[in-house]
Design a protein around this ligand. Structure first.
Ligand SMILES: [Zn+2]
Length: 77
């Protein structure tokens, strides 16, 4: 897995529109398409970058986390 370390890296991931972002909070680990509107710079900043990881595929994410699919961007479709 690769943790997204800072806002610049976060922007690169969003702009590239490649792969998937897993956002972890206390409740769940949710996987999103990198372009998902739910995952914003503001959200990243307000969490100080904690809990954001990038994966190239959903299968790779599953090896690290027990994940649930985002209802908004539906990454598994
Ligand atoms: Zn999403």
């Amino acid at each position: 897995m690769s943790r997204i370390e800072g806002i610049e890296q976060f922007k690169l991931v969003k702009d590239s529109n490649i792969g998937f972002i897993v956002f972890s909070d206390d409740d769940a680990k949710t996987i999103h398409q990198s372009k998902c509107d739910v995952i914003t710079e503001g959200k990243f900043a307000s969490n100080e970058g904690n809990g954001f990881h990038w994966f190239s595929t959903i299968e790779m994410a599953r090896k690290s986390f027990s994940i649930v699919m985002c209802d908004a961007c539906k990454p598994n479709i």
